[in-house]
Ligand binder design. Structure first.
Ligand code: AMP
Ligand code: GLY
Length: 407
């Protein structure tokens, strides 16, 4: 098969790597990064035009923005299968309230909440207990639209700023929901519209510093599967969350074909869904895909075409992905530092924010590289991943030392 992967980060490097690994597929990446260039062809330009010109058999979309903007529909018009949902289905990520309405219809456990279109009623809803609630911009906010206020002053400011346009249209309406407590787990489900294959559960670590301190990032590392998750958790999520959501979406005329990512919290009352994404997680993908033994290209093509999903086998043991970030990330950071040692590792090295300048690989983003290792158990995977993460050097390198330990 000839497959086009869309995106340029660590997630897309992992997708391209997995699609390439059976040796039978030609992989193109738009635009790709220096890591994908090692085994695939990077192409800059308009994704749909490239897919048509190259007569690809399948397009696999990494980030949410092209999905929300309707790339699946544009490709469908050209007769090209797209692994990634239609714009309508992508509203599960593009609107927090839409996701909540679907969950309510599907009977999926989620925090009780309400949507507000003006600041006063939102502030009124939280009363004197803002620390019992979570404030979410309804629209897409690149991971920046969720707030857990500590005081009334803070929550009033957040609400005020959102309605003044601090996040643009994303905050034109807000969802306020009950704050839950528990451990978080991500579940990625490959869906063909009516059925789903669940990939092994994973956990990412979003805060910048050890002990879950510091600002939120895109994710500083991930493990798969987390040790505290019951072995049949994936099946539970399939039955209680994914299949009911697919059914309700179908009843509304929407056939979800692609990855449905459920961000869950395991509370004292059982698992609750915090959010849906309509794409693979980053860096969860870099930990999850190496655990898949079967040919994922066949799985993605079947899902994209709405066909029966082939059986999928997973490795025993566990995997861990450690993110090496630029010093200062997620705030401001310098770029252009030479990266060394990444070719000598036993682990998988997934490029995220790197560039090639005159044959030298340098840093060019906040999250620079992800190092993924497999092991018989999580301890072994972590030991190998950290050993190799320590071999890679660039000025200002920052990584967390407690991936897989803090939950
Ligand atoms: P979301 O983008 O909706 O997943 O939210 C980002 C993060 O905010 C989650 O990973 C949680 O850590 C936190 N969060 C979201 N919703 C809730 C909730 N209802 N209760 C507690 N924490 C939440
Ligand atoms: N790692 C979180 C996400 O991809 O949304």
């Amino acid at each position: 098969m000839k497959i086009l992967v869309i995106g340029s980060g660590g997630r897309e490097h992992a997708l391209a790597w997995a699609l390439h690994s059976n040796g039978a597929n030609t992989v193109l990446v738009n635009p790709g990064n220096p890591g994908t260039a090692e085994f695939a062809r990077n192409i800059v330009g308009d994704s749909v035009e490239i897919a048509v010109k190259e007569s690809v058999d399948l397009v696999v979309v990494g980030p949410e923005a092209p999905l929300v903007n309707g790339i699946a529909g544009h490709l469908a018009k050209k007769g090209i299968p797209c692994f990634g949902p239609s714009a309508e289905c992508a509203r599960l990520e593009g609107s927090k309230w839409f996701a909540k309405e679907i969950m309510a219809s599907a009977g999926v456990p989620t925090a009780t909440g309400q949507k507000f279109s003006d600041p006063l009623s939102a502030i009124d809803y939280m009363g004197q207990y803002p620390d019992k609630f979570v404030i979410k911009a309804d629209g897409l906010a690149a991971g920046k639209g969720v707030y857990l206020p500590g005081t009334k002053k803070e929550s009033d400011t957040i609400i005020g700023d959102l309605f003044k346009g601090s996040l643009g249209q994303a905050g034109a309406s807000v969802v306020i929901e009950q704050r839950l407590e528990g451990r978080e787990v991500s579940v990625l489900a490959v869906c063909n519209g009516t059925d789903a294959v669940i990939l092994p559960p994973s956990r990412d670590h979003k805060r910048a510093f050890d002990g879950d301190m510091g600002p939120n990032t895109g994710g500083m590392g991930a493990v798969c599967p987390p040790t505290d998750v019951p072995y049949d958790f994936g099946e539970y999520v399939r039955e209680r969350v994914i299949l009911p959501v697919l059914k309700v979406m179908n009843e509304k005329g929407m056939e979800f074909r692609g990855v449905l990512y459920a961000g869950l919290m395991i509370t004292e009352f059982g698992p609750f869904v915090l959010e849906f994404n309509v794409r693979f997680g980053d860096p969860e993908t870099q930990a999850v895909l190496p655990m898949v033994k079967s040919d994922i290209a066949a799985l993605f093509l079947a899902a994209a075409n709405g066909e029966e999903l082939p059986p999928v086998e997973f490795r025993d043991g566990a995997s861990a992905c450690i993110i090496l970030a630029s010093g200062g990330y997620p705030g401001s950071y310098s770029k252009g530092y030479k990266i060394t040692g990444y070719k000598d590792t036993e682990s998988l090295v997934f490029h995220a924010g790197t560039s090639e300048i005159d044959g030298t690989i340098v840093t060019s983003g906040g999250r620079v590289i992800g190092v993924t290792a497999l092991g018989e158990d999580i301890d072994e995977a972590l030991e190998k991943a950290y050993r190799d993460a320590d071999m890679i050097e660039f000025e200002g390198k920052h990584m967390r030392r407690d991936i897989g330990v803090t939950v």
